[in-house]
Design a binder for this molecule. Sequence first.
Ligand code: GCB
Length: 611
Amino acid sequence: SAESAENERLCLGKALGHFLNALFLPFPWNSCQTGPVIDMPVPASFNDITQDPSLENYIGWVWYEKEVLLPLRWLQGDPAPRVVLRFGSAHYYSIVWVNGVQVVEHEGGHLPFEADISSVLQGSPGALCRITVALNNTLTPHTLPPGSIQYMTDKTRYPKNYFVQNIKFDFFNYAGIHRPVVLYTTPAAYIDDITVTTTSSESIAMVQYQVSVVGSTAYSLSLSLRDQEGKEVATGDGPVGELKVLNPNLWWPYLMHENPGYLYSLEVKMQAQVAGALLEDIYTLPVGIRTVHVTSTQFLINGRPFYFHGVNKHEDADIRGKGLDWPLIVKDFNLLHWLGANSFRTSHYPYAEEIMDLCDAYGIVVIDESPGVGIKLPESFGNKSLQHHLAVMEELIRRDKNRPSVVMWSVANEPASELPPAAHYFKTVIAHTKALDPSRPVTFVTDANYALDHGAPYVDVICVNSYFSWYHDPGHLEVIPLQLTAQFENWYKTYQKPIIQSEYGADSVPGLHSDPPMMFTEEYQTAMLREYHSVFDKKRKEYVIGELIWNFADFMTSQGTTRVLGNKKGIFTRQRQPKAAAFVLRDRYWKIANESSCLPPVVTSHSLFLK
Ligand code: GCB
């Protein structure tokens, strides 16, 4: 969404000290005793920060609180500026108070939310702003992702009131304030949202825009599009219009062009009369000019066939859990560049805006996935769940619609799409997504049998996960060619839609070796990759348009008998060191990239890509 970056911002996690103080309070939380209070970093998950095992696996309400002094000018002026409190994300259910007044409630852990807190501040003496957050990580059959609480009532086996949270997804349910919290100001009348879409031929591009202004009806808008040299290439005015760009520099994916990720800069300037005052708001939006089309056998970016050679990721790291961490983010992009990966899927939830910004700038293509992971219970296909899923798609599209890196929406991962209610459910979610954004294809990722899947008729691209020789026929690498070929042929015969292998992989414990290869060794992981690759190489000449390894890096999961300190299907360790599989994949991805003629002239492992 458009926020007024030209106005002032205070970043609570950084500029105002390192900590948001967290109060971890057991329910009921209307007690006047606070209980133990501990320092908690923001952004971070709270689970791995202390030595307390009950915090690691905590389910229920936690409280965060911080007091900040605002600049006095934020509260003055006629009309006074709007002061907005914004959370990049907080997992899962949040209630926020400012100076004791509730300002916002939000459901969902991976998307931003904000509140205009001006009126609360105007009514409070001084410039003190006490921010209080109650956060609950309990998942129900109607949340995204879904989960359920199970009470263990057998008194001979469990203490009184004992319960566990059951989830049907394979990553740790980290919780906390995961992304930056900022306070920012806008004038009383402001630019609320901008939508940009682009079309192009070789010599001419059109940038269609729509701007919404809130707080005034007497406003004017002027727009200026600049190239990377700062040269103005088009101008416009009014809330709706089209900018014409001659000889455009198109936004190309990494490794498809020598200058990938070309971004123009669209400056939108609003002037409005409010209560006799002239107010000005300016928002600058990066704009990439590119088109996306899907045929029955191809995925076209700017009219050229695009092959996804990339990864699935997680937001996951030691200690910080799902908390945003800049060094990790930049390290991961350097690893993607090293690997020759041109794309990733945001498995299994929307990633931080900071990550998406870098995808736009580096030309890393994204399949942007909603938190619809683990939708397995029949009650999770009912109307309550459906309505929430539609609302989540609205939030996601509002946040990411202007990003050139996002070429497709994925509304879910591995739902029980063989259940009959999945037909209505996915028909509705996909139609809603397309209505909100007609410019991008929509998919969901399936592991259902091709003949039983009720959601596949509605997708533009078939995304299929399979784990031959791992969860099926464990240890039998020799079955892969036959089974994978049958998988592709069955799906294509049924739907005549292009197919992405959206997951395949094997766990390997780094340093574990055996020849002949045995499961969990580095040799087995590489041998499994090679078997898959031989089939991909045949089918990518036909209708297979991509391969995304599961997973980029090892990541934490709930404890279980099939997980050794988490999921070990990473080609990098959790600390981002390569396993043998990383080198196999690197050779392959660069070989595929070299088949196109537009590569950068020299690629060395130390040519970092920080612009
Ligand atoms: C899958 C899931 C992914 C799991 C993976 C695995 O199919 O989509 O979330 O982590 O398999 O390793 O089991």
